[in-house]
Design a protein around this ligand. Sequence first.
Ligand SMILES: NC(=O)C1=CN([C@@H]2O[C@H](COP(=O)(O)OP(=O)(O)OC[C@H]3O[C@@H](n4cnc5c(N)ncnc54)[C@H](O)[C@@H]3O)[C@@H](O)[C@H]2O)C=CC1
Ligand SMILES: O=C(O)C1=N[C@H](C(=O)O)C[C@H](O)C1
Length: 270
Amino acid sequence: MEDVPGIVVTGASGRMGRVLLRLLAADPRCRLVGAVEREGHPWIGRDAGEAMGGAPLGVTVTDDPVEAFARAQGIIDFTAPEASLGFAALAAQARAVHVIGTTGFTEEQIARLEPAARHAVIVRAGNMSLGVNLLVALTRKVAAVLGEEWDIEILETHHRMKVDAPSGTALMLGEAAAEGRGARLADLAERGRDGMTGPRGRGRIGFASLRGGDIVGEHDVLFATEGERILLRHVATDRGIFARGAIAAVLWGQGRDPGQYSMMDVLGLG
Ligand SMILES: NC(=O)C1=CN([C@@H]2O[C@H](COP(=O)(O)OP(=O)(O)OC[C@H]3O[C@@H](n4cnc5c(N)ncnc54)[C@H](O)[C@@H]3O)[C@@H](O)[C@H]2O)C=CC1
Ligand SMILES: O=C(O)C1=N[C@H](C(=O)O)C[C@H](O)C1
């Protein structure tokens, strides 16, 4: 057992954290060695499995990431942007592979990951599922073939508790569409339409966000022109798809050179 990588889950009590704890505890390719939550969280000091209402997992939830990361070869992190930035520095000190699923980073925050990536492997993606990463590749291809007379619109739909918009996945899809057109998303994005917006700009990439109930995550990429439309769609019904992708990433990262990688690298779709 000791020769498989030890993995710590941050944000252990979260929607993703719970799924990860269950999958990691049953995965023979790695060992669950730690569970981290924020200071003051009611799970601190409890066994992670018991805190979830199940059998003990033999891992006590801690608010001390330094102590937890010292035992780990990999960190799987679905928390919040500033928390992930702090974890990146600590994971780099521990030379552990840091898989970041957190979304909602600003450009400035993304740039702050760079020092950590000089010392350790970071795999970051707004969506860890195979299906979405294939959709990203397809979006890039379709956008490269179709001219600007085809309008591109991205619609994302998530549960009522999601705090960032557009979703990380929607931004990945937008970036892929912009790349397909040989441009930067920052130059093409149309976000937050409201009121007398005027007609949409030619060649722009529009975003819309819906929030409701317990929807796990749905993404549509619409290509529309006169007389026809193409709709590419991914529907997630189970958070296990993201967790399995994150586990694949943390295993893939073992022994690699320091640097920033994406799920495209992990899945060989780059
Ligand atoms: N890349 C992907 O495939 C996916 C990304 N996500 C992203 O992952 C993030 C988390 O999503 P959910 O699990 O739904 O959210 P959540 O709100 O259920 O869980 C986040 C957890 O992080 C904990 N946390 C926050 N700050 C912390 C800190 N400083 N130290 C330790 N723990 C801390 C919170 O207490 C909470 O338990 C979001 O940014 C979401 O968009 C979610 C699903 C898939
Ligand atoms: O917050 C979520 O739930 C999800 N977040 C990711 C995103 O922002 O795209 C991935 C997935 O859609 C679920």
